[in-house]
Design a protein around this ligand. Structure first.
Ligand code: CA
Length: 246
């Protein structure tokens, strides 16, 4: 079953825009480009892309704000491309809705590897794109109903708007219950690597997991002190909070 995957490149620098466009094309994407933040937000809404690369330094709107606006309409995988290597910037970008980031100059091969790892993660099924519906393995925990098949999380009758990364982290905890998952473990999970490979996970990757978990906690309305879902195990990682009876 082959369907054209759509990529959107939001970048004002023509050379980098072309480079990224070529990388995504080679990875099998139908690629669209935008050279300003406002054009990018509009294209994200109209094209419903699978992957977006987002330059943080755009001429009109700040890249963080672009990410926030895109998140209102899209669950695309957002890779931020930043010339600013400061950790604070990358963490702010993740808080604004980015999934991952690369610092310029980056190697095209690295970008392609990130995109392909992401695309190996399961996607939400969507009638509009003709993805076959599979039987949903449903999981429920303390009133939160999660369907791995349709990639939905429903709380109090309302579907939560989670990014793919947030959903994947939630699912990882639901799968292993009270077993503690280290941040490195979860970072590898996001790269779609087996847990026991032991590949290198940087401090920044672990920090990124913390930011995504923080975003997820906010969307769930979960409490750090008395969690219903996301229990922090200080200095180690996370696990699913115990089941409650009410
Ligand atoms: Ca720029």
């Amino acid at each position: 079953m082959s369907e054209a995957r759509v990529g959107l490149v939001i970048e004002d620098d023509q050379d980098i825009r072309e480079l990224v466009r070529v990388v995504l094309s080679q990875a099998g994407f139908d690629v669209h480009v935008a050279s300003t933040g406002s054009a990018g937000v509009t294209s994200a809404r109209e094209l419903n892309p699978d992957v977006i690369t987002l330059d943080l330094g755009l001429p009109d709107i700040d890249g963080f704000e672009v990410a926030r606006q895109i998140r209102k309409s899209s669950d695309a995988y957002i890779i931020m491309l930043t010339a600013r290597a400061e950790e604070l910037d990358t963490l702010m970008g993740l808080e604004a809705g980015g999934d991952d980031y690369l610092t310029k100059p980056f190697r095209p091969r690295e970008l392609r590897a990130r995109v392909e790892a992401m695309m190996r993660r399961p996607r939400a099924s969507s009638e509009s794109k003709g993805v076959p519906e599979e039987v949903d393995p449903e999981v429920s925990h303390n009133g939160l109903a999660v369907s791995a098949g349709s990639r939905t999380a429903v709380l109090n009758g309302k579907e939560l708007k989670l990014t793919r990364t947030e959903f994947d982290l939630l699912l990882a905890l639901l799968e292993t219950g009270r077993i503690v998952r280290t941040k490195a473990d979860l970072a590898r999970r996001l790269r779609n690597e087996p847990y026991d490979v032991g590949s290198y996970v940087s401090d920044a990757d672990e920090r990124a997991v913390e930011v995504h978990m923080g975003n997820l906690r906010k969307k769930l309305g979960d409490s750090i002190q008395a969690p219903r879902w996301l229990e922090t195990v200080r200095g180690v990682g996370y696990r699913l909070a115990p089941s409650s009876n009410n």
